[in-house]
Design a protein around this ligand. Structure first.
Ligand code: 0L1
Ligand code: MG
Length: 266
């Protein structure tokens, strides 16, 4: 326990409150400067308990800061992970801005796992063998911190900015296409705003799953069957606003389309 003022559990509850209300907050390092990255992952665990208590369900993991550009922007050279819950998945073609602060979206590849992945020495072969299918995805990241400004410790505690995500309706065999060569384009209101290739994710999205298993192993955890893994942004994230229309193309894996609305319209 590193902070004198708030316990890690209390900080998790504070972050949870801001995630639910969509009100931004000061960085936790501004009041608890002694907190370490290890503490922040513990805050995530406490946060998971808050989510489960209100009936949410853990459905997977996300990897963040998987590109060199993003790592540089936070001044680190390692990725981070966060937890995905049921309530984060958007099942319609509308992203409601309700509860969001300053959302940004980024294209990703999701892996859905069918066998436990455990250990810090896994190979790509191990991951392919344990993967049921892959899906195009769009992650909505939304830092709870004012001005989207944070340190590594802050962003890990804030569940790696996890907020919402879309999965495509179509799943694919993991062997359908080389994911490191996959070309992805993102259009906002008809204008191309980002493009990238799968190799932006640690060289190949499969490496992101290997890295996640390794990071989890170091805290006594493993990737369980059925888990969804968002492997990391293929392009930079872009801001979205009320009324925007997004189209994200994933080459031979199809596209994800959605619009952005102030209030939910399901
Ligand atoms: O998914 C991501 O790569 C985001 C990780 C956290 C950093 C950010 O919010 O930009
Ligand atoms: Mg992401």
């Amino acid at each position: 326990m590193k902070t004198k003022t708030l316990t890690l559990k209390q900080i998790a509850e504070q972050i949870d409150h801001h995630q639910i209300t969509g009100i931004d907050m000061d960085k936790i390092t501004s009041h608890s400067p002694d907190i370490t990255v290890k503490d922040s992952y513990e805050i995530q665990q406490h946060w998971e308990q808050c989510a489960l208590k209100r009936g949410d369900l853990k459905i997977g993991w996300k990897m963040g800061l998987t590109s060199v550009a993003k790592q540089r922007s936070v001044g680190v050279n390692e990725p981070i992970y966060g937890r995905l819950t049921n309530s984060m998945e958007v099942h319609s073609n509308t992203l409601s801005l309700k509860g969001l602060i300053h959302p940004r979206v980024e294209p990703e590849i999701a892996f859905v796992i069918k066998e436990e992945l455990k250990g810090d020495q896994l190979t790509a072969r191990d991951v392919w063998k344990a993967t049921e299918f892959i899906m195009p995805a769009v992650e909505v990241i939304d830092s709870r911190y004012k001005n989207f400004s944070f340190t590594l410790v802050d962003v890990v505690a804030d569940n790696a900015s996890s907020s919402r995500f879309f999965l495509s309706d179509q799943a694919f065999s993991p062997f359908h296409t080389p994911l490191d060569k996959l070309e992805v384009n993102m259009y906002r209101n008809g204008e191309k705003v980002q493009s990238g290739v799968g190799s932006a994710v640690l060289g190949h999205p499969v490496k992101s799953v290997i890295e996640l298993a390794k990071m989890l192993h170091h805290v006594g955890l493993a990737i369980q069957p059925g888990m969804v893994i968002l492997t990391g942004g293929i392009t930079e994230a872009v801001n979205v606003y009320d009324g925007d229309e997004l189209k994200v193309t994933f080459d031979s894996l199809g596209e994800i389309n959605f619009d952005v609305k102030k209030e939910k319209e399901d």
